[in-house]
Design a protein around this ligand. Structure first.
Ligand SMILES: Nc1nc2c(ncn2[C@@H]2O[C@H](COP(=O)(O)OP(=O)(O)OP(=O)(O)O)[C@@H](O)[C@H]2O)c(=O)[nH]1
Ligand SMILES: [Mg+2]
Length: 197
């Protein structure tokens, strides 16, 4: 008789092999590139809940620098990325508009950590995001989304501006680029593993 593998509630089984599913939150302020990042990296067709923004939204949402943006996430993004034989990331992207922020707490439940996307041109918009993630008790890494033409601050200045702990990872990425987005997530997962060991 074949004995059942030892599984706990966090294990996810596929193709007879045991893989550990890790829930990761992808967060950031409005229009920072969360949906773009999950779309660029997911190995399954990402679930997205984009709705067209109305003219009324123009007055509420700051579209500076992202004038081409016509849709916004109204519920969540979901994607999956296998990063090794044993580890599968389940990526949950939050909606960025302020009025949906109460959903974040539910989405944060069960997450091992968060990738916080930051636009170097709108640093102040990231302060409340970082506060919330710390309030939920989630460990995180900062991914600075490199919008074209935006000057990249040096890391020390950015750390100081965001008041980060010395061991919080900071990486730059282009959310549109698969490799770059994967590198940001891998940095986060390494950091999380270091902390949970
Ligand atoms: N130039 C440039 N544009 C980017 C980059 N990342 C995202 N964008 C664009 O910026 C816009 C916003 O991206 P989204 O992925 O919708 O941002 P979001 O954070 O999911 O937005 P909300 O869900 O509305 O909060 C889109 O038009 C993207 O094509 C980047 O690195 N460079
Ligand atoms: Mg979005």
């Amino acid at each position: 008789m074949v004995s059942a593998p030892n599984l706990d509630e966090h294990d996810y089984v596929r193709g007879g092999e045991t893989q550990t599913a890790v829930k990761i939150l992808v967060v950031g302020h409005f229009a920072v590139g969360k949906t773009t990042l999950i779309g660029s990296i997911s190995e399954i067709e990402p679930l997205s809940t984009e709705e067209t923004m109305t003219q009324a939204a123009e007055e509420v949402d700051d579209l500076k620098g992202v004038q081409g943006k016509t849709t916004t996430t109204v519920a969540m993004d979901f994607g999956r990325l296998t990063i090794s034989d044993r580890v599968v990331l389940y990526l949950f992207g939050t909606p960025g508009q302020q009025r949906f922020v109460q959903m974040w707490e539910d989405m944060a439940r069960g997450a091992l950590g968060a990738l916080i996307l930051v636009d170097p041109e709108r640093l102040a918009d990231s302060f409340p995001v970082i506060d919330l993630i710390e309030h939920y008790g989630l460990d995180y890494a900062i991914a600075v989304n490199h919008f074209d033409g935006a000057p990249l601050r040096d890391e020390a200045a950015l750390r100081e501006a965001l008041d980060l702990l010395d061991d919080t990872p900071v990486v730059t990425c282009d959310a549109r680029d698969e490799k770059s987005s994967a590198a940001a997530l891998t940095t986060l997962v390494r950091h999380l593993l270091d902390h949970t060991r």
